[in-house]
Design a binder for this molecule. Structure first.
Ligand code: HEM
Length: 124
């Protein structure tokens, strides 16, 4: 197994991750029924997000925190949703990649998810 090194690696990782997430009905409805997005439109954005967060590359400029705080107003994102999201993310990374960036991406995901939850808690 190799590390996450390129944007193509991110494409592989994230496509696997969202396929898993979309097949879990305890969380997929938030994408399909609440935000009403599909994978084809969502994937390029999150690939760009991680390309910037992990590699410092590209020009992703959306406000991820605000997008999720707004989403939380529509449908509460609870602890169980975050656990599912993070477990699925970590599992997908560990299934396909190993190395320094693979550890960094999991740590970044955890810290972003933690900040999201803190901000949501303050708002609710
Ligand atoms: C409970 C956990 C989460 C749920 C249910 C969730 C759900 C969603 C949904 C429904 C969207 C689409 C919003 C829209 O376009 O209207 C979205 C976008 C996105 N999410 Fe999450 N999310 C979660 C956690 C996270 C975390 C922890 C991260 C980052 C580490 C993240 C990164 C992103 C990114 C990058 C986008 C794309 C934003 C854009 O359009 O540019 N999400 N999420």
């Amino acid at each position: 197994m190799h590390d996450i090194e390129t944007k193509q690696d991110l494409e592989i990782l994230l496509s696997k991750f969202y396929t898993k997430l979309f097949s879990d009905e305890t969380i997929s409805y938030i994408f399909t029924d609440v935000a009403k997005i599909n994978l084809e439109t969502h994937l390029p954005k999150i690939i760009d997000f991680w390309n910037l967060s992990l590699f410092g590359k590209g020009d992703y400029s959306n406000n991820v925190m605000k997008i999720h705080l707004d989403l939380n107003q529509e449908e509460k994102l609870n602890e169980k949703h975050f656990k599912t999201w993070l477990n699925t993310f970590n599992l997908t990374v560990d299934e396909s990649f190993s190395g320094k960036n693979s550890e960094i991406i999991k740590t970044k995901a955890l810290s972003i998810a933690t900040v999201m939850q803190i901000k949501m808690h303050k708002l609710s």
